[in-house]
Design a protein around this ligand. Sequence first.
Ligand code: ATP
Length: 572
Amino acid sequence: MVAELPIAATGTLRTFCEAGMLRLIDFHLARRLAQLTGEADPEVILACALAVRELRLGSVCVDLASAAERLQPEADLDDGTTEAAWLELPWPDAQSWLRRVAESATVATTPEVEAPFRLDGSLLYLDRYWRQERALAELLRARSGIGSDPVQVEFATDERLDEHQRAAVTAALSHLTTVITGGPGTGKTTIVARILEALAPTAPRVALCAPTGKAAARLLQEVGGATGHTWGGTLHKLLGLRPRSSGSEFGPDNPLPYDVVVVDETSMVSLELMTALVSALSERSRLILLGDPHQLRSVEAGAVLADIESADDLVMEPGGSLARLQNNYRSNPEINYLADAILEGDAEAARAAVESAETIELVVFSAEVDPSTLPTLRHDSLATATSVRGHAIDGEGDAANKALNRHRVLCGHREGPFGVTHWARSLRAWLSTELDDYGFDARHYAGQPLLIQRNSDLFSNGDTAVVVRRADDELVAVVDRPEGALWVAPSLLDDATDLHAMTIHKSQGSQFDRVSVVLPPQGSPLLTRELLYTAVTRAREGVRLYGTWEALAEAVGTPARRASGLAGPEPG
Ligand SMILES: Nc1ncnc2c1ncn2[C@@H]1O[C@H](COP(=O)(O)OP(=O)(O)OP(=O)(O)O)[C@@H](O)[C@H]1O
């Protein structure tokens, strides 16, 4: 990758740009904000540019004390290569760097001072995010101080809830804020229904929400019937956030009119959105946060669920509680065992789990191989495409969508030899030689699998669809919606993308019988524990990993790095 060099960057700053550690946008924004406050010290601008960069990559701040050891350049996501120059970077001495940053007029160090950046200990923030983080921590701590009237629940002796699930139900009925974490299939949805049923007499006004329209629709469909007055939708809609403005309908002066607010897929909620939500809750309304903190995080800055879970003092007695669900009732034990080894960071156990499992396999794949020549991939994809197409030709939309969910190819990368675009194109080209009228060039064809990438009144970003032939020979796209299939003209989905493969990011919240996971290559910044865990836990029955044992070990050994001050300093 040839880094784009900012013309005004000289000396140290230029070296950091050349090594791919900073991008043009990081440098320009930092320099502009520094100029406004009369700052020209390159080391201070470097620190500010790194804070901007880290925000762009999903951390709310940068830890200057450990930046030299921890920060890596952004690899070219297209081909997974990294530059070696960063190993030689002239990092400033941490102590004097921190002192110069603290003395700069660009950086505030005490609450009453306003400046574009904020230094808190060794963490450097854009001030706005420091304020959000502080506001969220204060709001959560304040809610923890308010006791709520416990609602009693009696579990029937034959009630199918394990001890962790019962503890979580009891916790949510006795606290104002409850965080319930658990992997896929651990019963989060099941217990929310039970909680709402018990709360219905005293807390009937319920909002069910999630960061994505797809997850919100699924939650509403699955538990919306548990109580009488349920609203369901995205967090943006719940708060009445106005596009292109920082304002929202609901906030501290106009609290949300609900007794209970349930948030699903909380791991994907950004710091900004979570702060807006908690500040819009009335003092008496219960908040139930559900999610899997080990999954991939929000694309925007903040890893709020993981931070809240690991902090000691944000959600605590008497008003708050944490509950963890442990047993996955959906996936097979081999997949659960591998997922546990990944979370424990135990690469040897993960390898042993793959080698000993009957339902999990690693197929060696390198960049030179055309994916569609791999016999195992041919087998899995042809079986799925044949079944989807068979139902599509018979006009069976529901069955076609079901067949589509039996197997999915998941890639960490978007572009390059390990990416979605390449794998989908290769597979589709090969399938078109195996199946009649499986149009390689056709805009729409019976059995075409599609991924919707935008929200509309009818469907949500992340919904999938299959093109089906109706009895009158017309082609229709059948969108798989939680509330039931939606039949629309294929032209409405002209901007949907081919679903012969999808990114692991997009697959969050979905499960399939079997998945084929294309691992990013060694050295890729996407090759992390969270990515691998998210991919593997999408499967109920079987997993094929395409990559190398080395890449698998590197993923298991690389927890994704997100700096924030919510949960205290990162462990060394
Ligand atoms: N204690 C239990 N015993 C047996 N089966 C259970 C138990 N709890 C939940 N299940 C079943 O396990 C499956 C997964 O449960 P559920 O959908 O509630 O999990 P989830 O955590 O919400 O999953 P996801 O994260 O994928 O939404 C369901 O079919 C549910 O009926």
